[in-house]
Every structure is written in C-alpha cells, then in structure tokens.
Design a protein around this ligand. Structure first.
Ligand code: ADP
Ligand code: MG
Length: 324
C-alpha cells in the first residue's frame, strides 16, 4: 500500500458508521472482526458499477457514491433484511480530492440514513470502478425469495415505475438545461430509494420479492421463472409519478419506461389476497405508495391486459412490446 492510498482510506473511508456491538474491528487491520448475531441469518450481496456502463462519465461524484450503496441496500431490502455493513473496493484513475470528497459525501449520506458501517475494502489505481459488498440480517426462515409466489397471489410494486428510465433518456438527449420535472426524474435515476422499511414489513406477508433493477418485466420475470408460474398485469394499474406524467414523453413511451426501464429500485412482490388490508396499513405506515398491479396465474408467460385486449409481453426487451 502506498502512502497516498493510506491517506485516501484514512481521510475518506475510515469513519463511515458509528459504534456497533457486533463490530469488533472495522477499517484499519488486515481484516474486519465481526461478532455473529444470535438467531439471525446473514444476507450477502455484491454489485459493481463501472464508468460508461452503470453511470455516464459526467455523473457527479456525490451521486455515484450515493447510488453505488443504494443499489446494494436495495438487494437486502428485497430479501426483507436489515442491512448492517458494507465493504468498498474502488479503482481510481487518479487521486482527485474533490472527486473523492464528493464520492465519500454521497456514500456517507446514504450510509447514515440506513445506519450502515463501512467495515473495510480495497483501494487501487485503474479505470473508475466501484464494487460494494453488503451484508444484512434476517431472522431465521424469514427471508423473502424469488421462488415463493403462489397461484392467484396479487402482484404489487412500491413507489412509481419508469422515472429512472425517463431520467436516463433525458441524459442521453444531452440537454443543457432541465426543467423542474426533468430534474425530479434525474433525481430518481441518481438517487434511488431503497425500500428497507417496506421489506421489513413484508416478512410473513409477502410470498416472494425482488427489487426492480432491470425493469418490471425482467425482474417480475425472475419471480415467475423461479416460482414456475405466470402473471397478468393490469395496464391501468401501473403507477406513474406526477413527474413522468408531466414529462412530455408520449404515453406509450411512459409505458415502455415503466415496463422495461431499469434502475427504479422499487420492490416488486407477491402476496395472497388475504393480505390486502395489511398491505394498505403497511403503505400508510411507511408513507409509500404500494400498488396492486396484477395477479399470478397458472399459464406461464407475462401478459398485459386492458379493457380491450390481453397481449403477451416479453420478459426481456422492448422488441416484442413494440411489435405487438
Ligand atoms: P492490505 O494491504 O492488508 O490489504 P489495505 O491497504 O488494502 O491493506 O487496507 C488497509 C485497511 O483499509 C484494511 O482494513 C482495509 O479493509 C481498509 N480499506 C482499504 N480500502 C478501503 C476502502 N476503499 N474503503 C474502506 N476500507 C478500506
Ligand atoms: Mg488490500
């Protein structure tokens, strides 16, 4: 380790998170020391964000810091877990203190919101790449998986769909100035909200759950594959934010964003019809919209229904949707 690496770690990455009784030693030794938490199962996930692929080169350091951790927290939320700690492996093309400060600020902001500790990592030189490993806990047997959906379950999503994809489309248009509505969409792209509280409330309520990183069709598709079932979505019940509705994108475009656009990091889950009242309460308690968007059916496949027709939609991409 070179002196500058040591300084970077000490200055930016050595004190994210406060004292915890399960954390004996964090950043600063050859490995972190953790005490196991009785009766809890561990959840571990890891995600890498590369420049040019997961974020555009012009994305601000603070947003990169924020989002890198947010997408990992979202994975723990989708398992109904309580996130506890993360490690950070970062490759940097150069030592740019403004960039590092912004990145650490974004990371610290979201780490503090969810009470997470940064317990270790690795710092190297190379094209910008950020890998975060996250851990959470869940009481034994309470984790929500993709494989638990049952015939006739309702299908739900939290929040709104399509905002992040609309934000990405705006970025790709290379505009110089954004309206307030457009800035709200960009904010949803850069600063997704991990639904940890909802995930925790879904223990014993939902039968399956996933977070929407690749788009509703693709991610609900994973639940359907794992559960060996199909789904019918009701077009009129897909939730659109006010921002998306006012964005000026054509309605068909909005549906494409909602069904195929990634990066919303909302939860998609299934629950028996008997849970409808409980889910209304969870929505109120968490101040988060929860929309019932369809149901699990026996026929394998994903269908979109409206008043006049029922059409098959692809679980993977735009093409079938556009041509049907
Ligand atoms: P080693 O040479 O033993 O791998 P490192 O120089 O890689 O040591 O790391 C020194 C300490 O700093 C370790 O505790 C490691 O976990 C921590 N660390 C290194 N990089 C980061 C980072 N980006 N974020 C958090 N902790 C880090
Ligand atoms: Mg190392």
């Amino acid at each position: 380790m070179s002196e500058s690496e040591f300084d970077i770690i000490k200055t930016y990455f050595s004190s994210i998170g406060n004292t915890k009784d399960w954390l004996i030693t964090g950043v600063g030794d050859d490995a972190a020391i953790l005490k196991p938490i009785p009766n809890q199962q561990q959840l571990i996930a890891i995600d890498t964000l590369n420049t040019g692929i997961h974020f555009l080169p012009e994305t601000s350091a603070i947003d990169i810091g924020y989002k890198s951790l947010a997408v990992n927290i979202s994975d723990i939320a989708a398992m109904a877990g309580q996130p506890l700690w993360f490690t950070l492996s970062i490759s940097l093309p150069e030592v740019d203190h403004d960039w590092l400060k912004g990145f650490a600020d974004g990371l610290t902001d979201i780490a503090n919101q969810f009470g997470l500790n940064l317990i270790g990592g690795d710092t190297t030189r190379g094209p910008l790449s950020i890998t975060i490993q996250i851990a959470g806990v869940v009481p034994e047997g309470k984790a929500l998986t993709r494989s638990g959906a049952q015939l006739n379950d309702d299908i739900y999503v939290t929040g709104y769909l399509g905002d992040a994809a609309a934000g990405l489309k705006l970025l790709q248009q290379n505009k110089k100035i954004y309206s307030q509505v457009e800035r709200q969409l960009l904010n949803r792209l850069h600063r997704p909200t991990p639904r940890v509280n909802i995930g925790l409330s879904l223990r014993g309520v939902a039968t399956s759950c996933i977070d929407i990183s690749d788009g509703l069709a693709a991610d609900l598709g994973h639940i359907l594959e794992s559960s060996h079932l199909g789904a019918e979505l009701e077009r009129e019940h897909l939730p659109f934010s006010g921002s998306l509705q006012q964005s000026g994108f054509a309605l068909e475009r909005q549906y494409e964003f909602a069904i195929y656009g990634g990066d919303d990091y909302e939860l998609c889950f299934t629950a028996p019809q008997s849970m409808r009242d409980i889910l209304d309460d969870i929505s109120k308690q968490t101040s988060c919209q929860i929309s019932r968007i369809g149901r699990i059916i026996h026929d394998r496949g994903l269908f979109l229904v409206d008043k006049t027709e029922k059409k098959t939609i692809s679980k993977t991409g735009f093409d079938h949707f556009l041509s049907s």
